[in-house]
Each structure stands twice: as structure tokens, then as C-alpha cells.
Design a protein around this ligand. Structure first.
Ligand SMILES: Cc1cc2nc3c(=O)[nH]c(=O)nc-3n(C[C@H](O)[C@H](O)[C@H](O)COP(=O)(O)OP(=O)(O)OC[C@H]3O[C@@H](n4cnc5c(N)ncnc54)[C@H](O)[C@@H]3O)c2cc1C
Length: 339
């Protein structure tokens, strides 16, 4: 008889851990505050996972439906700086479809999914995994996203740097482009939810991008926003086993948070399975998972913390634009540091 694992949070980390544990016949109950399908604030492209990792997660069939992008256009204050070939393809899929597909897989593998169940306080300790996403922080950043129809892109992905924020565009299939922005949080200026993205992009100097969005057709139900979060490692009590954003949130420009959520589930699954079989204690599993996450993610977290402020500083933006224009920016080298 195996011990039951309880997971708080049915995002990418929680669901992929649940699926991996079910593959080892571990009984799992997962508590999710929301329901499926639902739109999430996210750039909606995954980059940095290998084919064997997708297979190990049991998600090769899900990700086979993603749109592959091989290039990205970088814009600085509305002017195109360069179009780069991505060192490896980015796989784009709406979170609306991805999270629902994962939830379906978890349930069909025999996992118990309790939607609409927000646990408070979030339990921790023996048998409890916390995958509840971004830990609540100061209202420093605002994340905004929406899907648009009828938007032409200069490449598979577009990245736009503004004065105090940036936006990423990705074609996600079904003639939809996902537009997702990370902006410094300011006092709300009012206005409708429907035109929140173009309004806020104009405030950070992305006037041409805002005008492009206004000419396209927004999918109203997809407009979502988040605030009150910080990037970086999250401090946690010693006996708390945390995965995904709850353990470490990388700056969104890297396009690597989803990969980290999946990889943290992959790293944790063998240790939690060993606990479920009675081979090791919970404290040993927690310590081992924490050490493995540090080992895997330390370098990319450090690089992201250095690069993120540079992307938002006018002086360094000008240098980056000049280097990108004259093809001196070591894009592939930087890309590898963030993976
Ligand atoms: C603006 C922005 C753009 C981004 N763009 C990209 C990108 O292009 N590519 C990329 O790879 N990453 C991107 N990311 C990061 C990526 O979205 C996250 O890293 C990823 O979603 C983390 O997965 P997770 O499972 O840890 O958390 P989440 O996906 O946030 O899931 C957490 C889940 O826990 C649930 N929950 C929370 N509290 C409770 C509770 N008390 N009880 C029950 N359930 C609870 C929530 O409802 C949620 O479903 C972006 C992030 C932001 C903010």
C-alpha cells in the first residue's frame, strides 16, 4: 500500500507532478482553486525542454499539438533591432488548452482532482507538495495578457522592450496571437479591461505596438492580469516541498518559467515516489528535491536577475539595440545561460 500524495495547485508543476506520480501508481489528490479550461497570464511558449524530458513527463502527445517557432524579432521602443534564429524551437500553445489537457491526463490516469478548492492556509509537511504558483509579494509588477485575431507578426515570436516594461507576442494556433506584457505596476488609471493592454503599452512608449493591437480583434474572454509577485527564489520553511514558481520564479523575458515548472516536477517525482513506497522519510525527500532544484536552476536564475534590469534601463537598452543591429549581441550564448 503506497502513501497518498497531496498537491496544492493544479498549474503546470502540480499537474505534471501528479501525472508522473500516477505513472508510478502513487495515489494522488490535487487541490486546485480554479477550474479548467481557463486563461492564464503567460507568454504561452515553452523553450528549453528536451524530447526525452517531454516523454519522461508523459506529455509528448500534448506538446505535439503546439505551434513551433524558429525565429524571434526583437524591437526596442517600437523600432526593430534584429530577427534572430532561435537556438532551439519555441513551442507555443495557449494555457487555456495546455492546462486543460494536463488536467484531463491526470484524471484519466486515476488522479483525484478537486477543482474550486482553495486551501487556506496552504498545508505543508508530510505528504504535502506546494505547487501553488507565484508567492504573493509587493505590487511591483503587473502582468497582462490577451489573445488577438488578425495580427501579423515579423517572426514566429516578437519581443518588444519599452521604457519600464516589455511585451512578448506568440502565434498560438487557431489564428490567434497571444500578447503578454510585464509592466511596472502603477496606480490604475481607469479605463476598460478590454483595451487594458494597448493603453498600458502606450504608457511605456510602445505606441506602434498599441496601435497594431487596436487594429486587431481582441478575444475579450482571454484578457487577464496578475499583480503582487516578485521574481527570484522564495524563502520557505525547511519541511515545505515546493515546486514551480512557488520554489523559484524566473523573470518572464527568459521564456523559461514553464520549463522550470515541468523540470521541477521531473526532479521531484523519483524522491516523492520513494517516500510513497516507504523507502525514505519526508524530510529526506524535501531536502533532496530542494538541493536538486538549486543545482538545476541556480545559474539561469542568477543570469536572469542580472539581465532583467538591463532590459528596462534606457542606457543599456541603447547598447543592446546597437549591438543587436550590428550583430554583435551574443544571443545564442545568452540563451544558453538562461536554460
Ligand atoms: C507576464 C508573464 C509572462 C510569462 N511568460 C512565460 C513564457 O512565455 N514562457 C514560459 O515558459 N513561462 C512564462 N511565464 C512563467 C510561467 O507562466 C510560470 O512559470 C508557470 O506558469 C509556473 O507554473 P506553476 O505550476 O508553478 O504555477 P501556476 O501555473 O501559476 O499554477 C499554480 C496553480 O495553483 C493554484 N492555487 C494557488 N493557490 C492555491 C490554493 N491555496 N489552493 C489551491 N490551488 C491554488 C492556482 O489557481 C494555479 O492554478 C510568464 C509569467 C508571467 C508573469
Amino acid at each position: 500500500m503506497l502513501n497518498r500524495v497531496h498537491i496544492t495547485g493544479g498549474g503546470l508543476a502540480g499537474l505534471s507532478l501528479g501525472i508522473a506520480l500516477r505513472r508510478a501508481d502513487v495515489p494522488v489528490t490535487l487541490f486546485e482553486a480554479g477550474s479548467y479550461p481557463r486563461h492564464r497570464v503567460c507568454g504561452e511558449f515553452v523553450s528549453g525542454l528536451t524530447v526525452p524530458e517531454w516523454s519522461e513527463l508523459g506529455l509528448a502527445d500534448v506538446i505535439a499539438k503546439a505551434v513551433r517557432h524558429d525565429d524571434a524579432a526583437w524591437f526596442c521602443r517600437d523600432k526593430i533591432a534584429c530577427i534572430v534564429r532561435l537556438p532551439e524551437p519555441a513551442l507555443a500553445m495557449s494555457r487555456y488548452d495546455l492546462d486543460a489537457a494536463l488536467a484531463g491526463k491526470f484524471c484519466s490516469s486515476g488522479g483525484e482532482l478537486r477543482c474550486g478548492d482553495r486551501l487556506s492556509p496552504v498545508p505543508s509537511g508530510e505528504g504535502w507538495v506546494i505547487a501553488s504558483g507565484r508567492a504573493r509579494g509587493r505590487p511591483r509588477w503587473l502582468g497582462l495578457k490577451a489573445h488577438y485575431h488578425g495580427l501579423d507578426l515579423a517572426a514566429g515570436l516578437e519581443m518588444h522592450l519599452g521604457t519600464s516594461g516589455y511585451a512578448g507576442l506568440a502565434r498560438v494556433g487557431n489564428d490567434r496571437v497571444n500578447v503578454c506584457a510585464l509592466l511596472k505596476a502603477t496606480r490604475a488609471a481607469g479605463g476598460s479591461r478590454h483595451d487594458a493592454l494597448p493603453r498600458r503599452l502606450r504608457e511605456v512608449g510602445l505606441v506602434a505596438l498599441a496601435a497594431r493591437l487596436e487594429r486587431a480583434e481582441v478575444v475579450s474572454a482571454s484578457v487577464t492580469g496578475v499583480t503582487h509577485f516578485n521574481c527570484g527564489w522564495h524563502r520557505k520553511p525547511a519541511n515545505e516541498l515546493a515546486l514551480g514558481d512557488r520554489a523559484a520564479m524566473i523573470a518572464p523575458f527568459t521564456g523559461n518559467g514553464m520549463s522550470m515548472a515541468f523540470q521541477s516536477a521531473l526532479a521531484a517525482a523519483p524522491w516523492i515516489t520513494a517516500w510513497a513506497r516507504g523507502d525514505i522519510g519526508w524530510t529526506s525527500a524535501t531536502v533532496a528535491v530542494g538541493a536538486e532544484l538549486k543545482r538545476r536552476f541556480r545559474r539561469r536564475m542568477n543570469w536572469a536577475a542580472v539581465l532583467h534590469p538591463l532590459l528596462l534601463n534606457p542606457g543599456s537598452q541603447a547598447v543592446l539595440r546597437g549591438m543587436a543591429g550590428s550583430r554583435l549581441l551574443p544571443f545564442e550564448w545568452l540563451f544558453r545561460r538562461l536554460r
